[in-house]
Structure formats: C-alpha cells, structure tokens
Ligand binder design. Structure first.
Ligand SMILES: Cc1cc2nc3c(=O)[nH]c(=O)nc-3n(C[C@H](O)[C@H](O)[C@H](O)COP(=O)(O)OP(=O)(O)OC[C@H]3O[C@@H](n4cnc5c(N)ncnc54)[C@H](O)[C@@H]3O)c2cc1C
Length: 479
C-alpha cells in the first residue's frame, strides 16, 4: 500500500510526488490523461517529427524556482537559453529587444535606454530576492525585504496610469507591456505589472530557457526521479472521489477548487465549501500551433534570434487588445505570445521545417478559432508568413478546458490573477495548501505562488504534509 496518493501529474503534482518520495515514502500518482506532465507535454500534434509543446514552452520560472533549483533541473535536462530572451516588434521593421545583457538592451532602446536601466537594474541586482518574493509565497516575510520593496514600488508604477511617466519613446513601453501581458488582465493593472517585472528580471539575470526536445523533458526527469525512489505514476486514471483512492496517510491534489468540491463532497466544512465555490477564474487562451516551411520572415531581422516574441504592436495597442478581452470581447488585433523553439533546437522539426507555438487571450469559455487573427498579426510584422504555413492546429479556450480540467473555462492560470486572486488562492491563509480534511492537501497552481512551471505549490504542500502527518523534514532533492 502506498503512504501517499497524488492526484494529477502537472509540474506541481510531480513536485509534490518527488518531494514525498525523496523523504522515503511510497508514492502513487494518478493522472487522467494518457501521459504524465499536465502543462508539461510535448507531442507530434500534426505531423511526425514536428514536436509541439501543448502548453508551457519557455521555462524561466522553472530555472529560478527554489524547488527546481533544489532538484537541480539544469543538470538533469538540456536547456537552450537564447541570448535574446524576448522582443516586441513595431510597425516599420523596428523592434524592442530584451537581451540577457541589460546594457545591450538599454543601448537598443534609444532615448529611453537609461530609464529602462533605472527601472530594471536594481531588480536584476537582487534577482534572487525578486524570485524568492514572487515565486515562493507572498504572505510571509521575504528573505530580501529590500528586493520586495524595490519590486513593489516598481509594480505600483508599471501597474498604474503612471506607467509611461519615465518613458518618451515607444520601444521600452512595448517591451515591458509585451512581458506584462503574459498575465491575463486589464492593462495597466498590478498583477500583470508584477508578472512582467518578475519575468523581465529573470530575462536579464538568467535568461529564458527552452528545454531541448520540448517541455515534456522536465516531466520525464521528474517521473524518472519518482520511480527511482520507489514511486509509481499511473496514467489513464481519473479520480472522481477521494473514496476511490487507496487508504493512504496523505493525499496531495493537483486539481482546481471546483474539482476538490466534487472529490471531497460533503466531508468538507460548509465555510470552506463556500470559499471553494466562490473561487474566481480568469479569462483564457486560444492556442494556435503552426508547422512552417521555413523560419518566420520577421521584418526586424533580429527577431529570428528571439526565443519569445510578443506580437501586438505598441503598448497602447497591446493594452487595447487585453482590455477588450477583459471586457469579454475577441480582439481583431490580439496580443500574441510566440515561441520559436525550432530556431534553437533541431530536434523539434525535420530539416527545412519549423514549428511555431502561439496563443492569444480570449474571454473565458470561448469557442472562437483565433487562427486567422493570429496569422494576420504575424503577417503584419513578418510579411510572407502566411505563405510559409504548412499546417495549423487550433485549441480554443473551451478545448483547453476539455484537455485539462484544471483550466476551467480555458483559464490556464487556474484562477483569476488580480490582487485578490494572488492572496486568496483558494483561501487567505499562511498555509493555504492544507484543507480542513486531515491529511488532504491542495497542491495545484490554484494555490500560491500560482501559475507557471515552478513546482512551488506542490513543494509547499509536500513540505506541510511531511511535517504534519509524518513528522519528517524536507529531504534533499538534488542528484
Ligand atoms: C497554452 C499554455 C501555455 C503556457 N505557457 C507557459 C510557459 O511558457 N511557461 C510557464 O511557466 N507556464 C506556462 N503555462 C502555464 C503552466 O503550464 C501551468 O501554470 C502549470 O502547468 C500548472 O501546473 P499544475 O501542476 O498546477 O497543473 P497542470 O499542469 O494543469 O496539471 C494538472 C494535471 O492534473 C490532471 N488532473 C486534474 N484533475 C484530475 C483528476 N480528477 N484525476 C486525475 N488527474 C487529474 C490533469 O489531467 C493534468 O495533467 C502555459 C499554459 C498553457 C495552457
């Protein structure tokens, strides 16, 4: 009999399983899909030899996360870190470029270079403190309070009407908005500003790595470690009630709050049930994957070297697109996130071919196919793009929700990312991973620190389960 059951094998379920197995406990993971990984799956979506990441593609948070650092991820898999972390094209063949080097980045931003440097340099100098504050747990005293204060003040500025105050041109604002808009929400507002500054800091401090072979290599490394420590991962096994699980001492659930309500039924106290029932989800993504007959013909040639491109034009245009989504509309000119992994990793597509990973934001539950709007935005900054398209596959927001029940309505953040959503995840508590049921812990990205491939929700849940139930300290996770 296992000691521990884990439901769901996303990065957080696997992080919880790794931690529990490393502590010497017998762990069994249950995953409803045919392969483990949740948001860490890579597959031949359309044609043999073309490897697409279904969800996450670019892994700066994994590189910076305390869990993956302890796990020594960078020694277990091959990561490619482009020198040009991310970029925003503008009309007329211009582009704002975020290199790992802050100096080189500032040098390319014209009159706003010094202002961009003054914004980012103090954060980059304290990148470990920024990562600890943002990727660990918000409701506690940060390890580097100065980093937290510097970060907080800059978030207030970039998340408010003052966001243009320090800039005179359009390059630096476009660069910052492109990265902020990773977090779905109205612009300017605090949660996207914070996400943007955190991701921007990581871009300059360490870069934005792409796993060789795709993001599934992260899940494979985690599954190997679980199995090497006596655990098992059972796929094709959907859990609909806690009663279906073996009689274990601890259960860790990589699921969203509505699923916890369903799995636990009446055994949860009424107050906690009410909190789960009122948990808010955000807007969603429409994923558009391409096979191309060549690299994207960017008008700004430097973009060929960018791992990630934020396609949407100026700060005002991207804000307009995001504000339309916030108002429940589908923008004609959406903000599009683009990753071009086959530019850096030959294993991702046959010679001469390329794959392109893109998505744009849409209202929750949307069934609208955004392929044409995404293609038009790419054509705008890369004339001739349309002629290179060999095949397209679209997953609408409704399709994403069907693909993974944690993405309620297609919300891949598994919960609204506004200020309240950051602290109430799913309840306001210094230990939100504990549920009122003894031995039952929530460990999905509906708990702190929230979305992204960090493993931290799973790591935190496992830390408390080890302490509460088994009286064990955190084990060593490295090789
Ligand atoms: C299109 C897209 C692009 C993204 N890009 C990035 C990116 O580039 N970088 C980044 O850091 N993040 C990215 N993300 C976000 C990232 O993928 C998620 O934040 C992360 O995967 C959440 O991890 P998790 O373990 O909480 O849940 P998930 O990864 O969602 O995994 C949950 C797993 O649990 C399983 N499950 C749920 N309920 C049950 C049940 N009852 N029984 C059995 N199994 C169950 C699901 O099938 C799933 O496999 C992206 C997400 C999407 C959708």
């Amino acid at each position: 009999m296992p000691d521990v059951a884990v439901v769901g094998s996303g990065p957080n379920g696997l992080a919880a399983a790794v931690t529990m197995a490393r502590a010497g406990l017998k762990v069994q993971v249950f995953e409803e899909a045919a392969t483990p990984g949740g948001g860490l799956r890579t597959s031949e979506l359309m044609q043999p030899g073309h490897l697409h990441d279904i969800c996450s593609a670019v892994q700066p948070m994994a590189l910076a996360s305390p869990f993956f650092q302890d796990f020594e991820l960078a020694r277990r898999i091959d990561l490619i870190t482009p020198e040009l972390s991310f970029a925003s094209p503008l009309d007329g063949g211009r582009a704002a470029l975020a290199y790992r080097s802050l100096d080189r980045t500032a040098a390319g931003l014209g009159r706003d270079g010094p202002a961009y440097r003054r914004l980012m340099a103090p954060l980059v100098a304290r990148a470990a403190g920024v990562a600890d504050f943002t990727l660990n747990q918000l409701l506690r005293i940060p390890h580097d309070p100065v980093a937290a204060v510097l970060f907080g003040l800059r978030t207030l500025e970039q998340g408010s009407a003052a966001w243009n105050a320090r800039f005179r041109d359009d390059l630096a604002p476009a660069l910052l908005t492109g990265v902020a808009a990773h977090s779905v929400g109205a612009l300017p507002s605090l949660a996207p500003a914070g996400a943007g500054l955190m991701l921007g800091t990581l871009a300059h401090a360490q870069g934005w790595p792409i796993p060789v072979g795709g993001s599934a290599s992260i899940a494979s490394a985690m599954v190997r470690d679980i199995e090497a420590h006596g655990g098992t991962v059972e796929t094709g096994r959907r859990i609909d009630s806690l009663a279906e699980l073996p009689a274990v001492r601890a259960t860790l659930l990589d699921i969203a709050p509505p699923a916890l309500l369903r799995l636990a039924g009446d055994s949860l106290p009424a107050g906690y049930r009410r909190s789960l029932a009122s948990y808010r989800f955000g807007n969603a993504a429409c994923k558009v994957d391409f096979i191309l007959a060549g690299p994207v013909p960017w008008q700004a040639a430097e973009l060929a070297d960018a791992g990630t491109v934020h396609v949407g034009g100026t700060r005002a245009e991207m804000a307009e697109a995001e504000n339309q989504v916030a108002a429940g509309k589908h923008p004609d000119r959406p903000y599009v996130l683009v990753s071009q992994p086959s530019r850096f990793d030959d294993s991702r597509a046959p010679q001469g071919r390329h794959i392109l990973w893109t998505y744009c934001h849409v209202p929750a539950g949307s069934t609208v196919d955004m392929a044409e709007a995404v293609t038009a935005q790419l054509e705008r900054f890369a004339p001739g793009f349309r002629d290179l398209v060999v095949q397209v596959q679209v997953t609408t927001a409704a399709g994403l929700a069907e693909y993974n029940q944690n993405y309620v309505g297609g919300d891949f953040a598994a919960g609204l990312m506004d200020l309240r959503g950051l602290v109430q995840r799913p309840v306001v508590s210094p230990v939100p991973w504990r549920t009122p049921l003894p031995g039952v812990y929530l460990c999905s990205s509906s708990t702190p620190p929230g979305p992204g491939v960090t493993g931290m929700p799973g790591f935190h849940a496992a830390k408390y389960a080890l302490k509460d139930i088994f009286g064990l300290p955190l084990p060593r996770l490295g090789l």
